[in-house]
Write a protein of this length. Structure first.
Length: 226
């Protein structure tokens, strides 16, 4: 099991290489580094990312502006995903993030302390608002498991499925006209949920899985087009 003390020597060497005088366990801080008359640097050490680590780092901001957290460098996709998410969090909090590769002591800085103003992603915001405007009613419960969310796309699929359930195999253009789902033909052709099957050119039918979907999601009464 990795110990926090295993991180200290690489971190100390990393900071000393930049001209800092480094000492450990100074007051409440795990590591304190000073270089001349400059602002001190504080580093909090932990064997993994945790809420407690971020709490400690935020508390250290009362002592210095330059606060880092340091964790061992992991491997695999789960760690890389965690690293990306926690780097983003560190930027939002104004703290720095270091990782230590224990096999050779290599230290990497993923972000440095300082103010951060996130940029709004206009495409992502547009997708969010488009989904909001296209969704009929409020069919989901906040905090529900994402696998069962009723999106605007799923609502369109439910309209098409409900029509096919009642009328049998139908031409895509007719489904579009009857349901008001402009993308009916494309939706049934792409068949992301396994609810539809093409029985003839341009004609689609409901699959057993589609019938189950109608029961599972129960097409909302207010989902019918005006």
């Amino acid at each position: 099991m990795v110990k926090e003390t295993e991180l200290y020597a690489p971190i100390r060497a990393y900071l000393a290489g930049q001209g800092y005088d480094v000492k450990s366990e100074v007051g409440a801080a795990d590591v304190v580094a000073v270089r001349g008359d400059e602002e001190p640097v504080i580093v909090e050490l932990k064997t993994r990312f945790s809420l407690a680590l971020f709490h400690q780092a935020i508390a250290r901001l009362a002592l210095a502006d330059l606060v880092y957290i340091a964790v061992p460098r992991g491997t695999g996709k789960p760690f890389l995903k965690s690293l990306k998410e926690n780097t983003r969090l560190c930027r939002r909090l104004g703290i720095g993030l270091l990782t230590v590769r224990l096999k050779d002591g290599f230290v990497e800085a993923h972000c440095d302390p300082g103010p951060y103003a996130p940029r709004i992603s206009k495409p992502k915001r547009q997708r969010l608002l488009r989904e909001f405007s296209r969704r009929v009613g409020d069919p989901n419960e906040g905090g529900a498991a994402r696998v069962k969310l009723v999106t605007a796309y799923r609502q369109d699929a439910l309209r098409c499925a409900a029509y096919l359930s009642e009328h049998g195999p139908t031409k895509g253009a007719n489904v579009k006209k009857a349901t008001g789902v402009d993308r009916a033909t494309t939706l049934m052709r792409d068949d992301h949920y396994g609810w539809f099957e093409k029985v003839e050119k341009g004609i689609y039918a409901l699959t057993p899985k589609g019938a189950e979907g109608l029961v599972q999601f129960e097409t909302p009464k207010d989902a019918a087009p005006d």
